[in-house]
Design a protein around this ligand. Structure first.
Ligand SMILES: Nc1ncnc2c1ncn2[C@@H]1O[C@H](COP(=O)(O)OP(=O)(O)OP(=O)(O)O)[C@@H](O)[C@H]1O
Ligand SMILES: C[C@@](O)(CCO)CC(=O)[O-]
Ligand SMILES: [Mg+2]
Length: 432
């Protein structure tokens, strides 16, 4: 039996961190994916009695004799794939011991969290069957683009697809979506995996990776957003090391120290996310309103970035990107968990995690109307005379090319991502 599953990464347009404390956030899927191929051997083909995970991009493989897993996690003999379970502290300790036996290279120790989530999800859903999971991804790990969620969602989808808990057409050619109830199950299992990696996730990352599109999310509930604006994002990767779990814990600590002030910050973020989603969804009847909407979105983004600074999750490298884009009158904000304040960076350095984690932080800015493709889209939406004026001023400066060149000269990486595409899908057909 073999199945492939793929799940997208995400950007958060507004509300990261505050969403963990009950505020509204807005997120969209991006066209970068993690893919998991799960092979469960049948009959004589025993896979040597091993459970394996092969991280193809990194050339790493980890494996455990099934007997060793049985001994470490004896309570998982009767897996209940239709009932997502949280990993107990005791199971977490047993899983940590199984992961430690693998001697993960020091430079890749951040992978331990992902491998732990794999062991929990696999054994909770399939019990003690030998199998191999192959993983590939074009998302940077630990960057703010939801690599952990895309990993947990694609893994959960592949695992669930090979159980009786869902009904899928095994003869279908090409990529296939889950039915409504089944997709909820994938999302719930993925959330259990995210809990192992993040500590205290809000669930926004696994939800947007599962359902795709653009979503508004608050206290575990999602509302799909239909954007009436062709948004494009320039994502800048500052390549500064960070880790979501530590950053979320840092905001939590600050909230315990200054509950009233931090709650006021979270309330402000809630309003920003709500206003942002109203603007994105509102119809654009005339030229002026499109421009006005863009200006308002930029302002809201700037305000959200200021509040993220209050939460202590910005970073000197993020400030450099902000200053650079501001020179071209473009607003940016960090997306995802951010880059760590001085105190958290201190903690990370002490535990050696700064060195060990994939070193990236992402920022984004709107480039609607500023790229060549954006010009075409704007041309469709706006009056030709107005466009010519705007195009002239934009093209003479060639803003996006200039800002990208300057950001890259600082050592950052830039990419323009498509947003709001499909969520998780599976495929049983090895030819596609
Ligand atoms: N393809 C993958 N293979 C194995 N482990 C992965 C993979 N993708 C993510 N992970 C696990 O997730 C961790 C990164 O998760 P983390 O939440 O810190 O960052 P992120 O999800 O990229 O960013 P954010 O949560 O801010 O969006 C990695 O260190 C690893 O343990
Ligand atoms: C920082 C955070 O808000 C988003 C990470 O992408 C954490 C979460 O919501 O789980
Ligand atoms: Mg994550």
């Amino acid at each position: 039996m073999e199945v492939r599953a793929r799940a997208p990464g995400k950007i958060i347009l507004s509300g990261e961190h505050a969403v963990v404390h009950g505020s509204t956030a807005v997120a969209a899927s991006i066209d970068l994916y993690t893919q998991v191929t799960l092979r469960i051997p049948s009959g004589a083909d025993s896979n040597d009695g091993l459970l394996k995970i092969n991280l193809k991009d990194m050339g790493l493989e980890f494996s455990w004799p099934i007997e060793r897993i049985k001994e470490a996690l004896p309570e998982l003999g009767n897996p209940l794939s239709s009932q997502p379970q949280s990993c107990s502290q005791e199971s977490l300790r047993s899983i940590a011991a199984l992961v430690e036996e693998q001697n993960i290279p020091e430079a890749k120790i951040g992978l331990a969290a992902g491998i732990s989530a794999f062991l929990w999800l696999y054994t909770s859903i399939h019990g003690y069957k030998p199998a191999t999971a192959f993983v590939t991804s074009n998302l940077p790990l630990g960057s703010g683009l939801g690599s952990s969620a895309a990993f947990c969602v694609s893994l959960s989808a592949a695992l669930i697809a090979l159980t009786n808990a869902v009904s899928l057409d095994l003869g279908h050619q090409g990529w296939l979506s889950f039915a409504d109830d089944d997709i909820e199950l994938v999302n719930k299992w993925a959330f259990e995996g995210e809990k192992i990696i993040h500590g205290k996730p809000s669930g926004i990352d696994n939800t947007v990776s599962t359902f795709g599109n653009m979503i508004m999310f608050k206290s575990g509930k999602l509302t799909l957003i239909k954007s009436n604006m062709p948004l494009r994002m320039l994502i800048t990767n500052t390549k500064v090391g960070r880790n979501t779990k530590a950053l979320v814990a840092g905001v939590n600590e600050r909230t315990l120290k200054h509950p009233d002030s931090m709650n006021a910050v979270f309330t402000a973020v809630d309003s920003i996310s709500k206003e942002l989603s109203t603007i994105i969804q509102s119809p654009a009847p005339d030229d002026l309103s499109v421009t006005e909407k863009e200006a308002k979105l930029e302002e809201l983004m700037e305000m959200n970035q200021g509040l993220l600074q209050c939460m202590g999750v910005s970073h000197a490298s993020i400030e450099t990107v902000l200053r650079t884009t501001l020179k071209y009158k473009l607003s940016s904000k960090l997306t995802g968990a951010g880059g760590g304040g001085c105190r958290i960076t201190g903690d990370l350095q002490r535990t050696g995690m700064l060195k060990q984690h994939a070193p990236v932080v992402i920022l984004w800015l709107m480039v609607y109307g500023l790229t060549e493709r954006g010009q075409v889209e704007r041309a469709k939406a706006l009056d030709q005379r107005v466009i010519l004026n705007q195009m002239n001023s934009v093209l003479s400066g060639n803003v996006v090319d200039k800002v990208i060149a300057e950001l890259e000269s600082c050592g950052f990486q830039c990419l323009i991502a498509g947003i709001g595409g499909k969520g998780v899908e599976v495929c049983f057909d090895s030819s596609s």
